[in-house]
Design a protein around this ligand. Structure first.
Ligand SMILES: C[S@@+](CC[C@H](N)C(=O)[O-])C[C@H]1O[C@@H](n2cnc3c(N)ncnc32)[C@H](O)[C@@H]1O
Length: 300
């Protein structure tokens, strides 16, 4: 296995922000406001938001990933951008520590960034020889390779089926368990090979047959659905009345959580009846945007 854990990290971001204009339209940031970007990533959205809140406003940008924060330190020399490594579910405590009472808006652009996907030492991509780690914060929780070697066949199948919506989950789980009898699965490429052996890759169009399993493992190791659910439950404590919460999700389970929170919590008034999706032009120029769904709500 290639040992690239200590390879220098890329300095510039390669992440193209999705639904850029739609985010600005629905969050509607204005000069003097305080906006939280709860998922900083490469900082594309944060940068656009900063330009809208100046003069007089500021941005609080969070990411669980220390690399995203270091990269953003190079990008944002402005005192108006506060960069904090943390989970958006802890936003009330983070604001408390900063001594800020409330904010005017929150943006979440869920999932992983292209910077994470292209860093082969992180194991997000099935083309990488790096360790199958997949943690947004490599200091926190269990790496995916441990999970893959620890869970029994049934539990593995459940994770892959529920979080990846993969119809071949049982077959994949069986192949994983058979393969690890001989040797622990350590790299992303090894896992992808096992999946490709039992679920053939589509010949022409369509997503790679390992995609859903990788997505499921990433969501599991980062406890992404619980973070989203608890974040949405807590945001109304810190968003001022009339302020906005905008969420871009890439997975039907995430979108369901957002839809339900905005519909059932009386502290939210949904602004989008149906999810807003990217234009055909955007999907053509940035295929990563194809499954994006944006929902917005106002704090009542
Ligand atoms: C799709 S990217 C965001 C891209 C960003 N909007 C941009 O314009 O470049 C998602 C980012 O959110 C981070 N992330 C995911 N869940 C998080 C959470 N619960 N708290 C904080 N950051 C999170 C990931 O580490 C990743 O860097």
């Amino acid at each position: 296995m290639e040992n690239d854990l200590h390879a220098p990290k890329p300095q510039a971001t390669c992440h193209v922000p999705v639904m850029f204009q739609e985010v600005l339209a629905w969050l509607s940031p204005r000069p003097g406001q305080i906006i939280v970007d709860g998922t900083l990533g490469g900082g594309g959205h944060a940068d656009a938001l900063l330009h809208r809140v100046l003069p007089g406003g500021k941005i609080l940008a969070l990411d669980r990933d220390p690399d995203a924060i270091s990269r953003a330190r190079l990008r944002f020399a402005s005192f108006a951008v506060h960069l904090i490594q943390g989970n958006f579910r802890d936003l009330p405590e983070i604001l408390d520590q900063l001594g800020w009472e409330c904010v005017d808006g929150i943006l979440l652009d869920l999932g992983m960034s292209s910077d994470q996907l292209s860093d082969s030492s992180r194991g997000f991509s099935f083309f990488s020889d790096g360790l199958l780690d997949m943690r947004f914060n490599p200091q926190e929780g269990e790496p995916a390779w441990r999970l893959v070697n620890r869970l029994n066949e049934r539990a593995l199948a459940d994770v892959i089926h529920e979080l990846g919506e993969e119809r071949f989950a049982r077959r994949i789980a069986r192949a994983i368990v058979e393969s690890r009898r001989f040797q622990e699965i350590k790299s992303a490429r090894e896992l992808a090979r096992i999946i490709h052996r039992v679920v053939p890759r589509p010949r022409f169009k369509g997503i790679d047959s390992a995609t859903r399993t990788f997505q499921a493992l990433r969501i599991a190791v980062n406890d992404e659905l619980a973070a989203l659910q608890s974040g949405l439950q807590r945001f109304p404590e810190i968003v001022r009345p009339g302020g906005r919460v905008v969420v871009i999700s890439f997975h039907s389970l995430e979108d369901r959580i957002v839809k339900e929170a905005f519909r059932t919590d009386p502290r939210y008034s949904p602004l989008t009846k149906k999810p807003v999706t990217p234009s055909e032009q955007e999907v053509a120029s940035n295929p990563r945007s194809r499954s994006a769904k944006l929902r917005a709500a106002m704090r009542t």
